[in-house]
Design a protein around this ligand. Structure first.
Ligand code: SF4
Ligand code: SF4
Length: 337
């Protein structure tokens, strides 16, 4: 962007919860500054521009696109490709676009079992005819189409080339503003970078740290931690040791463990592996059976604990696909098979 000319901005929401859209609105009065800097040419939740309006734009005519959400459907894949083509700078905005986040945890299952849970085996669903969404439904007036629901959720970066990543679930308002001002001021790091800080949540955390030796992990409801000592030292699985800073250690400041929403630091290829390695060095035992018991009892949901935000973007990506009608085995994913 240059001179006094207003830039153009697009925002899009794929497989995500919508929290990233709220995070943009949480800019509060700064949203007026955004509107002064950019014409918002596409933002389905807030601006009445249609997909065909984007299709008619010249390639590269959108200065910046903030794209949140992973890619679960054919429609989301099409929009990712379209907005990539139309945008000079494509930002994977938030954890879902960056790493898959909670929607990506469904990669521990597959389409068939997701549909079985959502449309059939669900106490709040009444579906006596066993109807499921169809890609094509013939009607007298013509065929109706729904997007294809893919077996595996992909991150934005696994789908199209991404220029920058803005982590967080959702990204903190201050980091969003930092990113906008960096884009406007042309002070961007090399393409492919994460916009943020390359250190860990522990570095932002005010809690007192001593030697970390863990004999037992507690579930959050089992203890009330003191509000000054490192939560990990108190036996709570705090992921701050492996998580990129940028939020100001928001969760540990309110007596809640970091669950890792900012993802890994630069140079870490697999967040879960990094976290497991860090924890392994802190377990106070040399006995493999005792170590196994400490982990199994204290961390009963390894995927949800180590890959809560990053399964789709990890080196694992997904569990083995189901065979013989059995659901994929989530435990086998954890064991690396
Ligand atoms: S409480 Fe969590 S974020 Fe804070 S120092 Fe301990 S491990 Fe790090
Ligand atoms: S403390 Fe951890 S989970 Fe909480 S906002 Fe920060 S990075 Fe996310």
């Amino acid at each position: 962007m240059n001179g006094d000319k207003k830039g153009t901005l697009a925002l899009y929401w794929a497989a995500s919860c919508g929290g990233c859209e709220i995070a943009v609105l949480a800019l509060n009065e700064k949203i007026l500054d955004v509107a002064a800097l950019f014409d918002i040419v596409f933002w389905p939740v807030a601006v009445d521009a249609k997909v065909h309006d984007v299709e008619q734009m010249a390639d590269g005519s959108i200065d910046v696109c903030l794209f949140n959400g992973g890619i679960r459907t054919s429609e989301q894949e099409y929009m990712a490709q379209l907005l990539r083509r139309k945008s000079k700078v494509l930002v994977a905005f938030g954890s879902c676009a960056h790493e898959g986040c909670i929607p990506g945890l469904a990669n521990a299952s597959d389409r068939r079992h997701i549909f079985a849970t959502v449309y059939h085996n669900n106490p709040s669903t009444e579906n006596p005819d066993g109807i499921e969404p169809q890609h094509k439904t013939p009607m007298p007036e013509g065929d109706l189409h729904l997007p294809v629901f893919y077996d595996t959720l992909r991150t934005l970066g696994q789908t199209v080339a991404v220029d920058y990543y803005l982590p967080g679930c959702p990204p903190e308002v201050e980091r969003i503003w930092d990113a906008i001002t960096a884009i406007v001021g042309g002070q961007l790091p090399p393409a492919g970078s994460v916009l943020g800080v390359d250190t860990t949540v522990c570095q932002e955390c005010p809690r007192v740290r001593n030697e970390k030796k863990i004999k037992k992990f507690y579930r959050p409801w089992e203890i009330i931690p003191d509000d000054t000592t490192c939560l990990l030292e108190q036996g709570l699985l705090c992921c701050g040791i492996a998580t990129r800073a940028g939020c100001g250690a928001k969760c540990p400041r309110v007596n809640s463990s970091c669950i890792g929403c900012y993802g890994p630091n630069d140079g870490v290829h697999d967040y879960g592996a990094r976290l497991m390695t860090a924890l392994a060095s802190m377990i106070d035992s040399n006995d493999p059976e005792e170590i196994d018991s400490i982990i199994r009892q204290g961390i009963p949901d390894p995927i949800g604990s180590f890959y809560r935000f990053s399964l789709a973007g990890s080196q694992l990506r997904r569990s083995n696909r189901s065979t013989n009608g059995n659901p994929p085995d989530a435990r086998r994913l954890h064991d690396g098979h």
